[in-house]
Design a protein around this ligand. Structure first.
Ligand SMILES: [Zn+2]
Length: 249
């Protein structure tokens, strides 16, 4: 299962290992692509950049606006990705101020690579709008929605878990997932996706974008939720349980 991490404590520093020093760069109006020119197939950087531009345009349409600065996307050779990002083993991309993805022997833009890129670029949009203050469940839910994932396959399992425990424990998912085991991460990503899909469905994407803006202005998570979604955590969870039960049928 493809999972993508959003590192806490975002910074736009270069990787500590210095592997990017010999990397080549190629820029468009909104993207700076940084890549290992010796290992990427010739011509692929051009294809990658236009793919990134299209993904950026899709995101800008949903979010209404994008980051002021260019989004930096670093494409690593596989072993460089592990060395540079210290990403958990289950992550296949990272956003820490820059989008960092491993090129697993790619010769073209596969649907899998496109979904990783779109996922990580969403983190960049969310980071910009909420000024780094969005809870992780909201970040990861939005990133998965934008990469095209659906919570339909996990709807009945999630509804069952809520029926058994009486909570989704969403408020415990405000911090990062990077310390989680693969199984914990899988469950946390699933409930994050469902929560954001439900909000998009019942409140609209505009309300979720407005939530990001209010978080960016410094409001607390529940305060911003009450104002933009007419919900605190308890209400959000009961709405989510109802929504999942309808979908699980
Ligand atoms: Zn993510």
């Amino acid at each position: 299962m493809a999972l993508r991490a959003a590192a806490q404590g975002v910074s736009s520093r270069r990787s500590a290992s210095g592997v990017e020093e010999h990397y080549a760069e190629r820029a468009s109006s909104s993207i700076l692509l940084v890549y290992d020119g010796r290992r990427l197939e010739p011509g692929l950087e051009r294809i990658l950049l236009s793919t990134l531009e299209r993904a950026y345009a899709d995101l800008a349409q949903d979010f209404g606006s994008g980051p002021v600065e260019k989004i930096v996307v670093v494409v690593y050779a596989e072993r460089d990705f592990q060395a540079s990002t210290l990403a958990p083993a289950w992550a296949d991309g990272v956003f820490d101020g820059r989008v960092r993805v491993p090129a697993r022997g790619i010769t073209g833009v596969t649907p899998e690579l496109l979904s990783v890129l779109k996922h990580e670029m969403t983190h960049s949009f969310v980071h910009f709008r909420a000024k780094g203050r969005a809870p992780t469940w909201l970040q990861e839910g939005l990133a998965q929605v934008e990469e095209g994932k659906s919570s339909a396959p996990s709807a009945s399992a999630l509804a069952g878990a809520y029926a058994a425990r009486g909570t989704f424990a969403l408020s415990s998912l405000e911090g990062g997932f990077t310390g989680f085991s693969a199984a914990q991460a899988r469950g946390s990503y699933a409930v994050s996706l469902a929560a954001v899909e439900m909000l998009k469905d019942t409140r609209g994407f505009g309300a979720v974008a407005h939530l990001l803006d209010r978080l960016g202005e410094g409001l607390g998570v529940e305060e911003a939720m009450r104002e933009t979604l007419r919900a605190d955590y308890a209400r959000l969870e009961s709405d989510l349980a109802d929504w999942l039960r309808r979908r699980a049928r």
